[in-house]
Design a binder for this molecule. Sequence first.
Ligand code: NAD
Ligand code: ZN
Ligand code: ZN
Length: 389
Amino acid sequence: MKANCWMGRNTVEVREVPDPTIMNSRDAIVRVTSTAICGSDLHLYDGYVPTMKKGDVLGHEFMGEVVEVGPGVPNLKVGDRVVVPFPIACGDCTSCAHGMYSVCENSNPNAGLAEKFMGHAPAGIFGYSHMLGGYPGGQAEYARVPFADVGPIKIESGLPDEKVLFLSDILPTGWMGAEMCGIRPGDVIAVWGAGPVGQFAIASAFLMGAERVIAIDRFAYRLRIAERAGAETLNYEEADVRDALQDMTAGRGPDACIDAVGMEAHHAHPTIYAYDRTKQATRLETDRPYALREAIMACRNGGTVSVIGVYAGFLDKFPMGAIMNRSLTLRSGQCHVQRYLKPLLQKIEDGDIDPSFVITHRLPLREAPRAYDMFKNKLDDCNKVVLSA
Ligand code: NAD
Ligand code: ZN
Ligand code: ZN
């Protein structure tokens, strides 16, 4: 089959790879009909996630048609249409029992590698490095889905792929980012990063009753999408973000701040940017945490900082003093997607949200290299790319 493979920094290639096969009784094989490129894929593309190997199949946002099921998957049959959540989770361990699927204790065969970086191992993730399991991803014609009796959700309502595909990751991720803010009526929520994940965090914050949402980015076309969702916007190249947020909140700061940027943040100031960029390039730090630092500093006393942007390792100049002395709460996680599938599918079916608004580009899988370049470099106002097999 054809699959989009990681070939080194800034290089992906659509290559011929072996077809996946059933390896365990709880596996299913899915013929991928739609798959997307995520900001998380850019961290791999840019070479900031350790333990990638040349030839690894990328992709963790995908859906399709079941073409084969193992004997331990009673809930699925050949021909079913399914969306597959990006964390691989067994459904039985203590973490899964608590709904913490992205830290499943049974799905990461390379747990030892992850423990070296993080103390304990999180779950396996499709197409997301060997320390997260080394599972081939879904930017491919077919994918093997382990624990298929737990993860995939069946789509029986005939909704088109583009309305349900983002249940695999970014819609639940934006939702969880807002949920971790503990939003109360009247709250002001600030969101760093107006990419697709930030856009879903904005939409979710409003659905949860936020009075105002303020979106921060530097790309006018992305800020326009945030505006259409009802957000106020700040371009961090034009305004001092912390000052502006103070002004907009009567000097108190937002009630909660969402980091939907992660480890590859940019900074408007060239010298400050060069400092972290150099430390990251020479591996003296793994992440460039401007958005996170700013979110912590801007948040009101006693507020919550919700981190859904992905970080890989160790940060410099982390303002722990602000967190401690100002009673801030820091919450984070890879999304526990399985937990949100049913309620969010219901919201899509009820017409409360149509996630397809984030899509700007639709391309065939064979054009993945061009799609990565376009998404990374924000060419042609690229916001979200869907690849079809
Ligand atoms: P994206 O790259 O399309 O968007 C990131 C946005 O952040 C860009 O528009 C960029 O201009 C903006 N940005 C950069 N520096 C900034 C700064 N200093 N202040 C404000 N904005 C800044 O990516 P995406 O697909 O929207 O994903 C966003 C993040 O969410 C990534 O880190 C991704 O890995 C992460 N993610 C996490 C989960 C999870 O489960 N927690 C799931 C999916 C994605
Ligand atoms: Zn993703
Ligand atoms: Zn588990």
